[in-house]
Design a protein around this ligand. Structure first.
Ligand SMILES: [Zn+2]
Length: 384
């Protein structure tokens, strides 16, 4: 039976939403870009019936709309009325729809919620091991006003995190992040979902060493490779597709907040989905983002076969292939069969290499990586 207080919260926000006067600003969309606040409330009403969902508002927008957060985790009672069991759980947070026109970002947030609420074994395990928080519509005023990038004040909520006076939406999200970090289960992965018209591609805004640290850059590469491992080759662009913060930290962004305050402890990145005619596969993308985040935070307990995690990071066996780390300008790799015969080879160089399993004919053998001053041999793992 659903909690009455939660029903009241949804009903209240419906009333609040209806009381808002018509926006006077010029609109680019009259239907919430195909998924408005009413659509969200409809979906929230469905999701909150799941026993492992807790629904709450992190705060109100300028025009008084609730900014909803869906928390998914198994709880000590079916109403979620008592605090969720604290334990060895890991915390992951996604927020979407900062830019109202980027409706694809919300489609992914919604699919992530649906994937986590699935009745299967995998979703059940994720709910036991993790606390997932999803803010599927961070800028509902902008959505309802038909604005493409702004809130009701005409401010871009993506890039006002370093202002002395924050917008109410940013203030609410930041306060919630701070509250989570002060608790016993800190956030380990924080994804900021967007969509972009760049060549109909799916990619992450990788933060360069100029604005972060070399240790964080390695973590970013690991995280992106982990997400890629849960979709077919080429579904997501590689880590080096877009690099930002080449010269300095972007303090105006949510990721700037995470980096300044929590450094390597939080994998905070912006993900850009394809924003183009025919963009689809939101369920595939959401699944990969959730599983990639879970793998990253949970040290391989969910997706990537733990047997495949080498102790040394220069050769990583992933679901879809073999990832070979950068080895310096002269680096190279070879794959040899069990008799030592070379069957494949290539350069690893400054960016490393990726060899899909489909190109590896041998079922037993070795990967040999030659760096400037070292040679390393790693046995091929059993296939899965
Ligand atoms: Zn955006």
């Amino acid at each position: 039976m659903p909690s009455l207080s939660r029903i009241a919260a949804v009903v209240l926000s419906l009333v609040v939403g209806a009381a808002v006067s018509s926006p006077r600003a010029a609109s680019d969309s009259t239907d919430g870009w195909g998924y408005g606040y009413d659509s969200l409330l409809r979906d929230l009403r469905e999701w909150k019936n799941h026993r492992d969902v807790r629904l709450d508002s992190i705060g109100a927008t300028l025009q008084g709309r609730a900014i909803w957060m869906v928390t998914i985790s198994d709880s000590t009672d079916s109403l979620g009325a008592v605090p969720l069991r604290e334990g060895p759980k890991k915390r992951v947070v996604f927020h979407a729809r900062t830019h109202p026109a980027e409706v694809q970002s919300q489609r992914i947030a919604n699919e992530a919620i649906r994937f986590l609420l699935d009745s299967g074994e995998l979703a059940g395990r994720l709910r036991r091991e993790f606390l997932f928080h999803v803010v599927p519509m961070y800028n509902p005023d902008g959505v309802e006003m038909g604005l493409s990038r702004w809130n009701a004040n005409g401010i871009d909520l993506e890039s006002n995190w370093n202002k002395p006076a924050l917008q109410p939406e940013t203030k609410a999200l930041k306060a919630r992040f701070e509250q989570m970090m002060a608790g016993t289960i800190p956030v380990e992965v924080a994804l900021n979902l967007h969509s972009d018209r760049l060549n109909c591609t799916r990619f992450f805004f990788m933060h360069d060493v100029g604005g972060t640290s070399s240790a964080f850059v390695e973590l970013e590469k690991k995280f992106i490779a982990g997400v890629q491992a849960h979709a077919r080759q080429g579904w997501f662009e590689d880590w080096d597709f877009i690099q930002s913060w080449v010269e300095a930290t972007g303090t105006q962004y949510p990721e700037g907040f995470w980096w300044i305050n929590h450094r390597e402890d939080v994998m905070a990145m912006t993900y850009e989905d394809a924003n183009c005619t025919g963009a689809d596969g939101f369920d595939t993308t959401a699944r990969a983002l959730v599983l990639g985040a879970a793998d990253y935070a949970g040290a391989g307990s969910v997706g990537i076969d733990p047997r495949a995690r080498p102790t040394d990071s220069d050769v990583v066996f992933e679901r879809s292939g073999i990832r070979i780390a950068a080895t310096g300008r002269t680096g190279a790799w070879e794959i040899r069969d069990a008799t030592g015969r070379r069957i494949l080879s290539g350069k690893a160089g400054l960016h490393g290499a990726f060899v899909p399993w489909s190109q590896v004919p041998a079922t037993t053998g070795f990967v040999v990586v030659r760096g400037a001053s070292s040679i390393r041999t790693v046995r091929l793992p059993p296939r899965w």
